[in-house]
Design a protein around this ligand. Sequence first.
Ligand code: XLS
Ligand code: NI
Ligand code: NI
Length: 435
Amino acid sequence: MSDFFKGIDKVKYEGPESTNPLAFRYYNPDEVVLGKPLKDHLRFAIAYWHSFAWEGGDPFGGRTFGRPWFEDGMDAARLKADVAFDLFSLLGAPYFCFHDADVRPEGEIYAKSVKRLNKIADLFEEKMAETGVKLLWGTANLFSNRRFMAGASTNPDPDVFAYSAATIKANMDVTKRLGGENYVLWGGREGYETLLNTRMGQEMDQMGRMLSMVVDYKHKIGFEGTILIEPKPQEPTKHQYDYDVGTVYGFLKKYGLENDVKVNIEVGHAILAGHTFEHEVALAAAHGIFGSIDMNRNDMQSGWDTDQFPNNVPEVAMAYYHILKAGGFTTGGTNFDAKLRRQSIDPEDLLYGHIGGMDTCARGLKAAAAIIEDGSYDQFLEDRYAGWKGAEAQAMLKGERSLEDIAARVEKDDINPEPRSGRQEYLENLINRFV
Ligand code: XLS
Ligand code: NI
Ligand code: NI
């Protein structure tokens, strides 16, 4: 244990009546819900970048956090890893996630960066064995360094494409070595600032090629995790090609990758795209590409990706409802892609943020489970679509009827549909009984 969190004990579940700000009130990891402990439903992960690499800057001012590892060397990187694993253990978080750039200082050349990444991975291996913390996913940072300013795989310069491919390879190797359960590709600058200098079709073909190589390499090295694309509509670029789940699905179809790649859906990104989070989860489930989630919340007034910790139970409850209905997480989990506000500079703020987030998610998941156990909501949907179980309806759906066949039947049987209430307010009240 480093002394960064000196005086703070392992966070325990104390129940809803507890007034201890450093205890869980709803997240009881071993509580069994729908036949499974909460910890196995939620599969919480801590994001290295927000909690350990981010310095508290904004466009008007730099670093606000004082952290002893904010220097650029391997010793600092090792200290950062010590503190990171301390936090994972204090919170009892089963997983973590990282980008290469979060965990190692960048080298002057590619080979040096990879060497440093592997050194840190050695340390991670030891710490993971010691603490039992596992890797939910690894990823490459292909957006911070200036070489990526015009994109990574979508760059007009093929050398940047090559550098990106090499960096992804190194990160997939490390993710596999650490037993990572997924590998994530968020298209950091895979988009454009102005269409005036951009050939969209060409850039998307480049991106499709890169993803195909990632899938090939996954099979070649026997990586058993899931490849995940993380959609986001804007920021940092004006337009990102992985706009939302629907756009990503079309992209995967076009390049024949829809059976090999799934999505990692982030709350704030869904909202930036003009959707609700549960819309994105439900759509991914409908397409069979639901993978994992990046949990956070946006400030509803500010209009950008504020990456705050979630604290609104009804907002997360329906998302977990759709996740549970889709069969729950397999390789995915709940990654807190969330950061402290820049005035929250103390070590314990890192605990408050995560404790609140974990409790909010636990309450949301329990509410979702209660909705499912009660059954009346699912029954409503069953009844609403019940007509489609009939023989003629099934024949229409299966393509066994043509427009002429159907027209003949409508005329013969004098079909004249009677509208039925959609019962929105009734359903809103029903859901409110559980959240
Ligand atoms: C940024 C993304 C990023 C990914 C990982 O908005 O959320 O943090 O999750 O590259
Ligand atoms: Ni994210
Ligand atoms: Ni994000």
